[in-house]
Design a protein around this ligand. Structure first.
Ligand code: GLN
Length: 435
């Protein structure tokens, strides 16, 4: 059924490869094409890896295998760099929420979001470095969950920016997301950034039974939103205020997070992408001269090349001190500011509980709704960099965050709940109650 539906919706360009058959007794799942699978290629939607089949598979695939069957690998922005799923060697994925229009579905996990939104699979895996699960979930009217950094193994997940990369889950309801998360929420000795067993035992402490929660609204998030987005946020806050207390809060460094992210992420990316030289992986230029430079020039798309140049610049001697190190320090300070806002302690940073803090934060996920491909392409190349302004703060802080749809005047608008590190199951519970 899932395979038939995927084939019938081929015009949406959701998959980079499809399984030839799937097990009828297992739940179908779609996997972003930067997560290594043994049976299907792992291309990261890049020409550089277009012929690559991994000899091993990611830990997340091992963990899912007894209950889920992989339907196919999903389209994405090349190596996860983008917010549209238009920067792909395979062409753009269309948004199934608008069947008669050519709108983007967001990115970079756009194919995974579209596979769920189109009803091909009930659940899909994506990766979220700065918003790539939450932003496409918001644009396609589904849920997208980015857990606490380090809770799900990154082993076998192609690195974009390893200090931020987080496997995330996209689905139409909290139950299926929680089911997949429960399977993936395990320490992995193969991933050096996987959180330890002892630390995990302290996560998801009780907020108190049926307790009135404190929901924070960070003032830095008040931006020029599309009117429907403002309305959705307002309505959801009003609904929450029936049972909970709404508290204005401030995380001043949120204003600097785009700059921090675009200093740190491309720097990590430029170093991670150094390995695609045509010798060890992927396509190789057939030129007999300068083949290293030619392999890379032919292998990567424009956006990836921009990130490599930016990242190398950020790591060059002058910029390293003036920008890269500063961004790292600011990131640490940002984590502290988030720790001061939440009432739960952060077991990862070692912060204390704060009796005056809030349980969760509520904001929109995106400033507007999905634009058309034509409108998106007409924008400057850096326009996409600003699309994650609302999702990047949680990525830099490593805290769990989820985007869920809120209906306003027939439109599904993505709202984002964020919680303290390790508070993932509580975050899923409050999302369930809020929707
Ligand atoms: N859009 C952001 C970027 O281009 C985030 C991407 C992501 O989360 N993978 O880097």
């Amino acid at each position: 059924m899932a395979l038939e539906k995927a084939r019938s919706l081929a015009r949406l360009n959701i998959f980079t490869s499809l399984a030839s058959e799937i097990s009828q007794s297992l739940t179908p799942i779609a996997i972003k094409d930067n997560i290594a699978t043994k049976l299907l290629p792992t291309t990261c939607s890049s020409y550089a890896l277009s012929n690559y089949i991994s000899p091993f598979q990611a830990t997340v695939i091992d963990l899912l295998e007894d209950e889920f069957t992989v339907v196919g690998k999903t389209n994405m922005d090349e190596f996860g760099m983008g917010a549209s799923t238009t920067f792909s060697h395979y062409g753009p994925t269309l948004n199934p929420m608008y069947p008669n229009e050519r709108r983007i579905c967001g990115g970079s996990s756009g194919g995974s979001a579209a596979a769920v939104a189109a009803g091909i699979v009930p659940v899909a895996l994506g990766t979220d470095t700065g918003g790539s699960v939450r932003q496409p979930a918001s644009y396609t009217g589904i849920l997208g969950f980015k857990p606490t950094y380090g809770r799900i193994s990154r082993w076998g997940v192609v690195a974009y920016a390893q200090s931020l990369d987080t496997v995330g889950i996209l689905g139409k309801d909290v139950d299926i997301i929680e089911k997949v998360f429960t399977k993936l929420d395990k320490h992995d000795p193969k991933d050096p950034t996987s959180l330890g067993v002892e630390l995990r035992s302290r996560f998801d402490s009780k907020h108190g039974n049926n307790k009135k929660l404190r929901i924070g609204v960070p003032e830095e998030y008040v931006l020029g939103f599309d009117p429907k987005v403002s309305k959705a946020w307002q309505q959801c806050l009003e609904a929450l205020s029936q049972d909970h207390e709404i508290v204005p809060v401030s995380v001043p460094l949120i204003k600097k997070t785009l700059a921090m992210y675009f200093t740190l992420a491309p720097a990590e990316a430029s170093s991670n992408l150094g390995r695609y030289d045509g010798i060890r992986y992927g396509t190789r230029s057939d030129s007999d001269k300068d083949y290293y430079a030619k392999t890379r020039s032919e292998g990567f798309g424009e956006e990836v090349k921009r990130r490599i140049i930016l990242g190398n610049y950020n790591l060059s001697s002058d910029s390293y001190k003036n920008h890269f190190l500063k961004a790292k320090l600011l990131r640490r300070a940002l984590k502290q500011q988030f720790d001061e806002v939440f009432n739960q302690p952060n077991y990862v940073t070692g912060s204390d509980p704060n009796a005056n803090g809030v349980d969760f934060l509520l904001t929109p996920t995106t400033v507007g709704q999905a634009p058309t491909i034509e409108d998106y392409d007409a924008q400057s190349s850096t326009h996409g960099y600003t699309q994650d302004v609302l999702t990047i703060p949680a990525s830099l802080a490593g805290i769990p965050a989820i985007s869920f749809p809120w209906e306003v005047e027939g439109a599904k608008i993505g709202l984002q709940l964020m919680g303290q590190c390790g508070d993932d199951y509580n975050l899923l519970r409050i999302t369930q109650e809020t929707m």
